[in-house]
Design a binder for this molecule. Structure first.
Ligand SMILES: NC(=O)c1ccc[n+]([C@@H]2O[C@H](COP(=O)([O-])OP(=O)(O)OC[C@H]3O[C@@H](n4cnc5c(N)ncnc54)[C@H](OP(=O)(O)O)[C@@H]3O)[C@@H](O)[C@H]2O)c1
Length: 359
């Protein structure tokens, strides 16, 4: 998709009384760095055919957003001027010509992949919000209606903003790709956004969950969300041994792998024969040797995950609404505290999701 479509102007549409007078936007104008984020007032046009004007009420951070801002994102290089952040929730303020399925006032979130509607993989040319497509850390944005998902009624804007990357990634790993069954065991690495949604989804599916963390206090919090066992990976760097003890030597059927190069070997040593390792993140590095024997010996399925399609997002929301699943929000920052929110993510002190209120 042409990024320009997100900023295009189109024919006039019904004006909303709720539309704010400004469109403050956090922008990197020159050099990438959290401290160079600058709020600027940027005019926004009217929605063109097929577009909506979304009034953004809350945004949540993903590790990717932090990595991009500190210039260390390994999966893409973006140039200023740049607006960060993909995951937001808001209210539709105006509709362009031909939009069906949404009305002014509806609450919606954009899917991370803008033209991946359904199926196993994003179509050729599909792109993601917050790089390379413009990000959404702003008050209003023009977005194609075809990339939006309705917010479940039981969730606030702040809760909904946590879903597009972190929850959809965990859902696709465990449910769509993994076919998780009740009674199976899932190992979840860490207590960040993806990890805590993976814990909650696994419990929803009737699985047993083992969580690893650098902090005993965070492991206790994970227990309060249903984790069955916890391992401190600082105290037990070879944590696959603890996993073996906890599973009668059999290992776990599913591993949510967010560490990357430095955790992959432990993940493969923790997985049961025929089990799956979902390769999601690289928090502990991207380079490193790995013996193919580790995969072979376990007959392991190693699957990369790229968030997910719009349809998988809709299906996940249906399950979340039935269970009234409550996203774990670590802290809600104000718009003025945006830089602090990013630094908080960098500190690694958070548990679950970090949210910024946009008002
Ligand atoms: N492929 C995809 O579709 C996809 C989607 C979303 C995210 N990701 C990637 O997945 C990773 C996690 O993203 P996120 O947004 O969930 O991050 P996050 O919320 O910042 O989570 C970070 C947490 O991960 C844990 N962690 C850090 N290093 C670890 C290690 N060596 N071993 C185990 N856990 C470790 C820490 O938990 P404790 O403090 O408990 O130790 C830390 O708090 C990132 O690399 C991100 O880019 C990929």
């Amino acid at each position: 998709m042409n990024p320009a479509i997100l900023e295009s102007t189109g024919p006039a549409s019904p004006a909303s009384t709720r539309r704010p007078a400004t469109n403050f936007t956090y922008l990197i104008e020159k050099e990438f760095s959290v401290d160079n984020l600058k709020p600027v007032d940027r005019p926004v046009g009217e929605p063109g055919p097929g577009e909506v004007l979304l009034g953004i009420r809350a945004a949540s951070l993903n590790f990717r957003d932090y990595d991009i801002l500190r210039g260390q994102y390994p999966a893409g290089h973006y140039a200023p001027p740049f607006i960060p952040v993909s995951d937001v929730a808001g209210e539709i303020l105006a509709l362009g010509a031909g939009v069906t399925g949404f009305r002014v006032g509806d609450r919606a979130m954009p899917n991370f992949w803008q033209v991946w509607d359904s199926g196993e993989r994003p179509p050729a040319g599909a792109e993601t919000l917050g790089g390379p497509l413009p990000g959404l850390l702003r008050q209003r944005a023009l977005l194609p209606a075809s990339g939006l998902v309705r917010i479940p009624d039981y969730l606030s804007f702040e809760q909904a903003s946590t879903l597009p990357i972190a929850a959809v990634t965990a859902w696709n790993a465990l449910i769509v790709q993994g076919g998780l069954k009740p009674g199976e065991t899932v190992l979840v690495q860490g207590t960040g956004g993806v990890a805590i949604f993976a814990l909650q989804i696994a419990k929803l599916a009737g699985a047993r969950v083992i969580v690893t963390s650098s902090s005993d206090e965070k492991l206790e919090r994970a227990r309060s969300l249903g984790a069955d066992a916890g391992i401190n990976y600082r105290r037990h760097p070879e944590w696959s041994k603890q996993v073996a003890e906890l599973t009668n030597g059999e290992g776990v059927e599913h591993v949510i792998e967010v560490g990357g190069a430095n955790t992959m070997a432990e993940s493969l040593d923790s997985v049961a024969v025929g089990g799956s390792v979902y390769v999601i993140g690289y928090l502990a590095g991207v380079e490193g040797g790995l013996s193919p024997l580790r995969v072979l010996r376990k007959k392991a399925r190693v699957r990369g995950v790229l968030v997910g399609s719009r349809q998988s997002f809709v299906e996940m929301n249906r399950a979340f609404a039935l269970a009234r699943l409550q996203p774990a929000i670590d802290r809600v920052f104000s718009w003025e505290e945006t830089k602090e929110a990013f630094h908080h993510m960098g500190s690694g002190r958070h548990f679950g999701k970090i949210v910024i209120r946009v008002d």
